[in-house]
Design a protein around this ligand. Structure first.
Ligand SMILES: [Zn+2]
Length: 127
């Protein structure tokens, strides 16, 4: 839940910076090492967005596989076991993690003031 909260904070912040009237879509990226469950994030996101600029936004969660690179033979491989860092090609045990730690808002889709549906503008009145 705290992950969703931080994500939402970032989304709201980005929306404010770009002067968005509304956030219509959010794309998140989580690495395999973060052990994030996309369904949980989606569930909390739906619970937490009403009343915020991101209300009704479509959430898209992309999971990034754990990929390591061997410094010895330059092999890049997708690891399934986070504790086993051994290179499958040469057996080097000290491989480098390339991806899998991501926990980020990849992009957001926004609606600028004026883009939104006419009835919203009418409801607020003018001048
Ligand atoms: Zn290797």
């Amino acid at each position: 839940m705290s992950i969703t909260q931080s994500v939402l904070d970032i989304v709201i912040e980005q929306a404010r910076e770009s002067g968005a009237a509304k956030v219509t879509g959010v794309k998140l990226r989580f690495g395999a090492l973060t052990a994030v469950v996309p369904d949980c994030v989606a569930f909390y996101f739906e619970q937490m967005t009403p009343g915020t600029v991101a209300e009704g936004a479509k959430l898209d969660v992309e999971m990034v596989p754990l990929v390591r690179r061997c410094g010895q033979c330059a092999e890049e491989f997708e690891a399934t076991d986070e504790l086993d860092m051994t290179c499958p090609k040469c057996g080097n045990m000290f491989t480098e993690t390339l991806s899998g730690r991501e926990m980020e808002v990849a992009s957001i889709e926004i609606e600028q003031p004026g883009d939104s549906e006419p009835r919203a503008a009418a409801a607020e009145g003018t001048e």
